[in-house]
Design a protein around this ligand. Structure first.
Ligand code: ADP
Length: 559
């Protein structure tokens, strides 16, 4: 029997009108700004009315082992878990990131879960959705247009055209735009200079939107964003250009969280999707808080493995917002653990208990790390069709030895029913082990000390080695008084080290820091281990080549 594709399953879903989904979590029709029948934004009036910190439900973060090309399924398990919680009678909502068009047409495919654990309408969510990313693109490019116009009109701020760090964006994988020359032509066309495009989700605007709690906060953060430096080397901000009001205005709707539903009609807030390397990789604080205020169990997710995603969730998002996680679900797959144990990608379908045992070291380290934040953890095995009974039994035994709960999660194949055990265990875990959340470092420590704490405590390396250039950048941030901020490490997600090919649980390594810069609006310091890809390219045969739409509007090939 051929398996149904994600889009076939999604198309067969019986969606409820969005006001009925909203009613499940106490939201009224008036609280919604509807975008058609199945999508809505939550109004400011409703957000203000609902926002009561003392009425939060429990916060569950879904993270994962170090990712491999074999795939882990964090979004799928997050959606499955929220469906499972609702099935066992617990009021639950999920808060997730919204997809970018770049990866949709590239290799990865959609970001709306998979199998019987998806959010719908999946076509809309994966395509233009409610226009948030387009608004962010416009907001970002308004700043770019104003920078070049300012220079053209006499450059009163003495912006150094060689030190403009603000880049233009587009929400597409388009390698041709990585490096461009702008303002070619006549005198009236401006001063020619080199510029660069990033994908919209890599923009600081996206990170700012996800960390802002209201319009005032958004505007203040936008004002602080540094667009480059003047001829004396001092930072120039959006406030210097006097356009924070206009930029915030362009984002007025994008800042409101979106509500949709899962395949089992449970509520899903999908809002914001910053890159998980140069930004913090979590959905918006507003969406997470809405899920917490309207449900008893809010499930959310953070990009990449727990060394990057969970660490930034705790040290950046929770620290800034005052959120406090009650439990972390660490998603692992048997296939990925075998890869961490040295098995070649082509051999993953063959049973290999020995490699699984070896690869378990990666999972063990992530479990231990999560506990260092004072938050209890549970392992969810995202079951794939090829996993064997012997492999599953071995993994259960290893988790037992480690003293961590484990649940076999079949939510891809069975929806919420396949995550009922995970849901029950998460509820028990939260009841039995009270979280005592604390970030891993003090933000008032020096930049070098903060990075070293992450390297030693989370990656388990010896130390961070700063290049000469990076040391200079640290000194400059200290002089500017911008050093007492949380750290956002940009590192390969595939390894605890800065070398993507070293899998498992390596020790005795250093992490080389090549670049240190501040995202002053977002409020964190980006620490880069190597060049970060901020504008992905398309593969030889893009996913776009398989997609189509017929005369009735029926879409095929979107996963
Ligand atoms: P992540 O959030 O970790 O990036 P996703 O949940 O988006 O992962 O899943 C990645 C891909 O793997 C999706 O296309 C999804 O349909 C698929 N997938 C997830 N879990 C399973 C599973 N148990 N069996 C088969 N495919 C799966």
């Amino acid at each position: 029997m051929a398996f149904k594709t994600d889009i076939q399953i999604a198309d067969e879903a019986t969606m409820l009108p969005i006001e009925e989904v909203a009613a499940k979590i106490g939201l009224e029709k008036d609280d919604l700004e509807q975008y058609g029948k199945y999508k809505a934004k939550i109004s400011w009036e409703a957000i203000k009315k609902i926002d009561k910190e003392n009425e939060y439900g429990k916060l569950i973060l879904v993270s994962a082992i170090s990712p491999t090309p074999a795939g882990e399924g964090k979004s799928t398990v997050s959606i499955g878990l929220t469906q499972g919680l609702n099935r066992i009678g617990k009021k639950s909502a999920v808060a997730l990131r919204e997809p970018s068009l770049g990866p949709v047409f590239g290799v990865k495919g959609g970001a709306a879960g998979g199998g019987y654990s998806q959010v719908v309408p999946m076509e809309d969510i994966n395509l233009h959705f409610t226009g948030d990313l387009h608004a962010m693109t416009a907001a970002n490019n308004l700043i770019s247009a104003c920078i070049d116009n300012h220079i053209h009109q006499g450059n009163a701020l003495r912006i150094d055209a060689r030190q403009i760090t603000w880049k233009r964006v587009i929400d597409m994988n388009d390698r041709a735009l990585r490096n461009v020359v702008i303002s070619l032509g006549k005198k009236a066309d401006g001063f020619p200079r080199e510029d660069h495009f990033m994908i919209t989700v890599a923009s600081e605007i996206m990170a700012v939107l996800c960390l802002s709690e209201n319009i005032e906060d958004l505007k203040n953060r936008l004002a602080r964003m540094i667009i480059g430096y003047n001829l004396d080397g001092n930072p120039i901000t959006v406030a210097d250009l006097e356009i924070q009001g206009a930029v915030a205005m362009l984002l007025k709707d994008a800042l409101k969280p979106n509500l949709v539903q899962t395949l089992e009609n449970t509520p899903a807030f999908i809002h914001g999707g910053p890159f998980a390397n140069i930004a913090h990789g979590c959905n918006s604080i507003l969406a997470t808080k809405l899920a917490l205020n309207t449900s008893d169990y809010a499930v959310t997710e953070a990009g990449f493995g727990a060394d990057l995603g969970a660490e930034k969730f705790m040290d950046i998002k929770c620290r800034m917002s005052g959120l406090s996680p009650d439990a972390v679900v660490i998603v692992a797959t048997i296939k990925a653990l075998k890869m961490h144990g040295g098995v070649d990608k082509k051999e993953l379908k063959t049973e290999n208990v020995e490699a699984l045992e070896k690869g378990f070291a990666n999972l063990r380290r992530h479990v231990e790390n999560v506990k260092k934040f004072g938050v209890p953890a549970i392992v969810a095995i995202n079951r794939f069709a090829d996993d064997t009974e012997a492999e599953i039994a071995k993994l259960e035994e290893l988790c037992k030895e480690l003293g961590v709960r484990i649940s076999l999660c079949e939510c891809f194949a069975k929806g919420g029913e396949g995550a009922e055990d995970l849901a029950k265990q998460v509820v028990e875990l939260i009841d039995e082990e009270k979280a005592d959340f604390k970030p891993i470092y003090d933000e008032n420590d020096s930049i070098v000390d903060k990075v070293n704490t992450i390297v030693r405590e989370i990656y388990r390396g010896r130390q961070a080695k700063f290049t000469t250039a990076a040391k200079k950048q640290v000194k400059k941030l200290e002089e500017l008084g911008l050093d007492k901020l949380p750290i956002c490490v940009a590192k390969t997600q595939f390894s605890f080290t800065d070398d993507k090919d070293i899998m498992g649980a390596p020790t005795d390594f250093d992490i080389e820091i090549q670049d240190v810069r501040v995202s002053a609006g977002a409020g964190f310091i980006v620490v880069q281990t190597s060049n970060i890809m901020v504008m992905p390219g398309l593969p030889k045969i893009p996913a776009a080549n398989k997609m189509d739409i017929d005369n009735d509007g029926v879409i095929t090939g979107l996963f």
